[in-house]
Design a protein around this ligand. Structure first.
Ligand code: SF4
Length: 375
């Protein structure tokens, strides 16, 4: 199973970001107290206490001090045993990969680093309100490798206004020269509650044309493959089989427990999510309560999640398993599966059904067309 810890602090809000985070460092000490308490009280959420992956995400986990991280890791180690080959990831922003920090992360037992780079262009970074430069990102990644990390992932965003194809390809050449084993490439989306959404409403911001972004995506896929990256999920590429095992767990619907404000948990039958409000979270845990909402999954929900998570990856879904587990739902989708196979958006490879590269560009439409309706 997987363990996720949400660290909800950022130095400033990036204009595209819809994740729950606050620029309120004054809450850090109370948060650490509360999250360690949550970890201590929810050890029985899943039937096993052996974890195969740990992921500290956010927010910006790298903005915590060493003692704060240490307390969280110790709280986890009191409750859980970790598999011998455990993957322990921490997300870091480039401006934090200075001085001794990369070494602390390594010494605390993290063996995978996920760096929020987004772009190596300083102009683009200013446009999205990032707090670092392209050079800082390169130096931070190199410093992390020197500290011991041999499994480093990073993110890029494509589809930013003004971003040229040359700029995107130059970013990829920079990746090629760095000790990076995992690359996530996201197409910019204007999410609810973001600064970009407000700017779009006010007519101050226009996202890049979809066709242009799609062309960039195809180019990125082509070049990433040439660079030795395997395209294993719509937005994710890995070298030397260094897939994100934690995220692969989500896509393969393995159970996980999430701690911290807004963190989600899944036990195979239901999903639950903690309050997305650090003050409410801290105050409630101070009283020994955990504010969360819970949804029990219906057979239709389970089928839809099976389709949505399975099709995202290069391993796709096994039609035989879909038939066995979700008979009627799957049979209803059969004519639409056939039509997407004919249009080239889906393909059958070694008996498994998956999206083609063209299908990745219309994945939301394909998946929702295969969904079942009702309870
Ligand atoms: S993208 Fe990362 S650093 Fe930026 S606001 Fe979102 S969580 Fe914080």
């Amino acid at each position: 199973m997987g363990i996720y810890v949400h660290v909800p602090f950022c130095r400033a809000k990036c204009f595209y970001c819809g994740f729950y985070s606050v620029a309120a460092p004054g809450w850090k000490a109370d948060y650490v107290e509360a999250v360690t308490r949550e970890i201590a009280t929810r050890g029985d959420y899943l039937p096993t206490r052996e974890a195969g992956t740990l992921y500290l995400g956010g927010g910006t986990p790298s903005c915590l001090e060493r003692e704060e991280l240490e307390r969280i890791v110790e709280a986890l180690e009191r409750q859980y045993t970790f598999a011998a080959d455990v993957e322990r990831t921490i997300e870091a922003n480039p401006e934090d990969l200075t001085g001794e920090r990369p070494r602390w992360f390594w010494e605390l037992g993290f063996n995978r680093l996920s760096v929020g780079v987004q772009s190596f262009s300083d102009e683009r970074l200013r446009q999205i309100n990032r707090r670092h430069t392209g050079r800082q990102a390169m130096e931070g990644i190199r410093r992390a490798a020197e500290a011991g990390f041999d499994n480093i992932g990073m993110d890029l965003i494509i589809g930013l206004p003004g971003q040229t194809e040359g700029e995107v390809m130059a970013d990829l050449e920079t990746v090629a020269a760095l000790p990076v084993t995992h690359l996530s490439v996201y197409m910019l989306s204007v999410d609810p509650g973001t600064v970009f959404e407000k700017r779009v409403e006010r007519g101050e911001f226009r996202p890049e044309d979809e066709e242009v972004t799609a062309e960039r995506y195809r180019e990125v896929c082509r070049r990433a493959r040439e660079m030795g990256f395997e395209h294993y999920e719509i937005s994710n590429f890995a070298r030397d089989g260094r897939y994100s095992r934690h995220n692969t767990g989500y896509w393969q619907q393995r159970p996980y427990v999430g701690f911290g404000p807004s963190a989600h948990s899944y036990d195979g039958q239901s999903r639950q999510w903690n309050t997305a409000n650090v003050r409410r979270y801290v105050e409630a845990l101070g009283r020994g309560e955990l504010p969360f909402e819970r949804e029990v999954l219906t057979p239709v929900d389970m089928y839809n999640e099976f389709v949505m998570t399975g099709l995202r990856t290069r391993w796709g879904i096994d039609p035989g398993e879909a038939e066995r587990r979700f008979g009627a739902c799957w049979r209803q989708a059969a004519p639409r599966v056939a039509s997407y196979l004919a249009s080239g958006d889906l393909e059958l490879v070694s008996g498994r059904l998956r999206l083609t590269e063209a299908g990745c560009l219309v994945s939301d439409m394909v998946m929702s067309d295969l969904f079942a309706a009702g309870e």
